[in-house]
Design a protein around this ligand. Sequence first.
Ligand code: BV8
Length: 242
Amino acid sequence: MQEIKSLSHWIKASGFTVILTGAGMSTESGLPDFRSKSGWWRNIDPSTVATVDALETNYSLFHDFYSMRLKTLEACSPHEGHYILAEWEKRNLVHSIVTQNVDGFHKAAGSSRVYELHGSLRSIRCSGCGKPGTVEDFLDRVACRSCGERLRPGVVLFGEMLPQDAWECALRDIKRADLVIVIGTSLQVYPANQLPTMTKGRAVLINYEAYSGGSRFDMVLQGKARDTLIELNRIIHKSKVS
Ligand code: BV8
């Protein structure tokens, strides 16, 4: 496919490439995404569970939902696409990864400059004093061992601010990028969905479903993240040898 060949040239020519990923980056690891037909929100309204209100007034639903997410995560691991992105960072083909994902797979695959805009599912903390807790205590519904308050995953709930450092680093890198490659996201969630419009460089979208949003992209590749990254990596390796 000619477009994928052009993208491989853009990647090699770029002096500063930033990757922005969403849940579609991890579905081939076995983690459902959110808004696809088979996603988490298929029969759960996010505003009733991924909110501070749910944490405070409906802890059993909140706890059930995030316990299920944590148990699903334990059975899954990064796929070859995550490892390719980590290899590209080592080869200076990628500068950083901005992710909406809370699965920790980019770091687990070896990427080191990763900005987790929506936090991390496995980083449990007390909703009262903020002290760290363990996944085991959260799953067993053990209260905070310091203040007795409820434990929660360190994810950004709707209505919560994003971690300032991650947001600022992401914004700084995206603004500076020659090339931003957006992988596996419906771009429905603010303010992450504003990032592709903030780059001065080229913006490329790799997504399974057709994209109908407002952001302008210089290229849209409709396809799966893992297969597309494997093909891109093959072309880049081949051109390196020849
Ligand atoms: C904030 C909890 C203030 C963690 C999540 C009204 C209008 C507009 C905005 C708002 C509004 N009312 C409120 C808001 C703001 C709100 C928001 O955006 N709401 C939306 C939903 C209407 N945002 C917030 O509250 C944020 N905080 O704004 O604070 C502020 C202001 C300025 C600056 C800073 C702060 C906090 C956002 C909350 C983030 N937390 N959930 C959890 O449980 O995980 S959101 C949830 O959606 C996930 O975290 C996920 O990361 C995020 C984005 O979803 P995607 O990753 O895009 O996943 P999705 O399923 O949607 O799409 C996957 C795509 O991949 C699909 O297109 C699919 O086709 C594709 N795909 C699937 N498989 C593959 C694939 N592609 C390629 N290959 C594959 N194999």
